[in-house]
Write a protein that binds this ligand. Structure first.
Ligand code: ADP
Ligand code: MG
Ligand code: MG
Length: 253
């Protein structure tokens, strides 16, 4: 699904990613944890194609296409979905219109006809039950006046409507109470199948505890993936904190 080779990225002459290698296969969930400022959101943004970053070196392939040749819109149409750490408010655009546009733009890019409004509404109703979203939510302005939890739930809602091949969820669990956290993880569990992939960026193990599937976990530190492993790595990290990784690296260098 996704192959990243030796990726080096800077912003305003500051090096942020310093040689990232990452391979995500279809059907896999990958998790990235790491201290604040280590470059997690930068990595997510670069995969999605945000403009302000300079790619100094390296490559990103998505389904064997060189992603760096594609605009953010084209990447979305290829099936990449990024849920933002801080979702933007768009006054005057309702949730329902935003989703309709996103679905139909993506279909257009793939040479498909528009999805009938009725069908979109039907799908929205089905997904909203799953995510415990009330119908009046569809008609509210996107993210305007949404609580933190509502914004995150809306991101998962959009994701489930768009059926992306690769979903990148940047701190989608931050600021959620236990009920919202269950709803969000439920959404992830339902979306997940053996044809798509999910990259979760998080500070907390609690979201991971709700996932049905196994995951591959990576620790990002100072722009590099310094350790990869399975569930047990998350447990160890929760017990020992990042100092354990930092001290381990000091011993090596
Ligand atoms: P994380 O998500 O792991 O907390 P980020 O990727 O957001 O880390 O940030 C990594 C580093 O890059 C930080 O030092 C941050 O200050 C810097 N950075 C990120 N975005 C910008 C930007 N737009 N302008 C300047 N510096 C930035
Ligand atoms: Mg951060
Ligand atoms: Mg971040």
């Amino acid at each position: 699904m996704l192959i990243i080779n030796n990726l080096h990225v800077s912003i305003e002459n500051k090096k942020i990613l310093k040689g990232i290698d990452l391979k995500i296969n279809s059907g896999e969930i990958h998790v990235i944890m790491g201290p604040n400022g280590s470059g997690k959101s930068t990595l997510a943004s670069v995969i999605a194609g945000k403009k302000e970053y300079n790619i100094i070196k390296g490559n990103i392939y998505f389904q064997n296409k060189n992603l760096l040749n594609f605009s953010p819109e084209e990447r979305a149409h290829l099936g990449i979905f990024l849920s933002f750490q801080h979702p933007v408010e768009i006054p005057g655009i309702s949730v329902i219109n935003f989703i309709k546009t996103a679905i139909n733009e993506s279909r257009k890019a793939r040479g498909l006809d528009k999805m009938p409004a009725k069908e979109i509404l039907f799908k929205m109703k089905k997904k909203s039950v799953l995510l415990n979203i009330e119908k009046n939510f569809f008609y509210r302005s996107l993210n305007e006046g949404f609580s933190g939890g509502e914004k995150k739930r809306n991101e998962i809602f959009q994701m489930s409507m768009l059926d992306p091949l690769l979903s990148i969820l940047d701190e989608v669990d931050s600021g959620l109470d236990i009920d919202a956290l269950r709803i969000v993880s439920n959404g992830i569990n339902t979306l997940k199948n053996n044809k798509n992939s999910i990259l979760i960026i998080t500070h907390y193990k609690r979201l991971l505890d709700y996932l049905f599937s196994d995951y591959i976990m990576h620790i990002l530190y100072d722009g590099k993936i310094v350790k990869s492993g399975n569930k047990q790595l998350a447990d160890k990290l929760e017990k020992k904190g990042y100092n354990w990784i930092i001290n381990e690296r000091k011993k090596i260098f």
